[in-house]
Structure formats: C-alpha cells, structure tokens
Design a protein. Structure first.
Length: 152
C-alpha cells in the first residue's frame, strides 16, 4: 500500500472526521475500512490501516519486556490506541482525549505517506512546515546520500 497526499478536513461537534474520497480510493476496495488511531511521535495523531497496524505490532510484540526501555516504548506507542471503523458517510470517530492531545479543535490536515496517515491540527502542521530546514538538500544528503556498500 502506498498512500500519498495532503488533505484539509474538519472535525464535527461529535468528534467525527470525514476521510477525503482521494484518500479512500488509495485504500482500495473493501466492505469496511478498519483503522487504528493513536498518538504520534510528535504532537499529532497517527491513523494506520488495520493490516499495517497488525504488521507493526507483530514487530513490537517481539520486544523483550524485561528491558525498561522496551516497556517504556511499548507503553508510549500504545497509549491512546483504539480501533475505529469508517461509517457509511466515510467518517471515523476520534476521541476527545486524542483530539486534545493533538490540539485539534476543528481544522486539521491529513498527511498520507507510505502506509499511514498523520493527523495534525492545521495550525501545528503549518508551523512545522514553516520550520523546515534552511537547506533541504543537506538533509536529503544526510538521510539518503550515503554510498551503498560494495556488492559481494
């Protein structure tokens, strides 16, 4: 699955968010679209298609829980996680607690990449974009510009 795009959305008074049709089309045909939503690594929320969540949690469930660092990670990763299903009007319900965590009041941005969707308060998303590095090409070189090891 390769999700892509940036979408402006709104949360209604009941905490429901309508997923844009452009994003739904990328998710593929399904009778129901099931997701897991939880807190992101920064001050945003993450929306994972259920199959993606299952794959990620398989890896996390292999961590040694006798290690404090691993236990802390597992606690923080799973905090607030809940299963949600898109309704017949293409909406998902986001709990008040998660919305408060991400400072989402009404306007939000969905940023889809790879196999997941970030949910940002519109103001926070615009702030982080304004705070982008002075030279994106230097960052790209640091992240992607490493020479490949010679093939054996």
């Amino acid at each position: 699955m390769q999700l892509l795009g940036e979408y402006e959305c709104k949360i209604d008074a009941k905490g429901r968010m309508r997923l844009p049709s452009g994003l739904i089309n990328q998710l593929g045909e399904s009778e129901t679209h099931n997701f897991v939503i939880n807190r992101g690594f920064e001050k945003h929320l993450m929306l994972y298609p259920e199959k993606v969540w299952d794959r990620i949690t398989e890896e996390i469930n292999e961590l040694n829980l006798y290690s404090k660092k691993n236990r802390d990670f597992v606690r923080y990763f799973y905090r607030g996680a809940q299963k949600v299903t898109m309704d017949s009007a293409d909406r998902i319900l986001v709990t008040k607690r998660l919305l408060e965590y991400a400072d989402v009041e009404k306007d939000l941005i969905l940023s889809a990449y790879n196999d997941r969707i970030e949910i940002w308060a519109k103001e926070e998303y615009e702030r982080i974009l304004d705070d982008e590095p002075d030279d994106f090409s230097d960052l790209a070189e640091d992240v992607l510009g490493k020479p490949k090891p010679p093939e054996l």
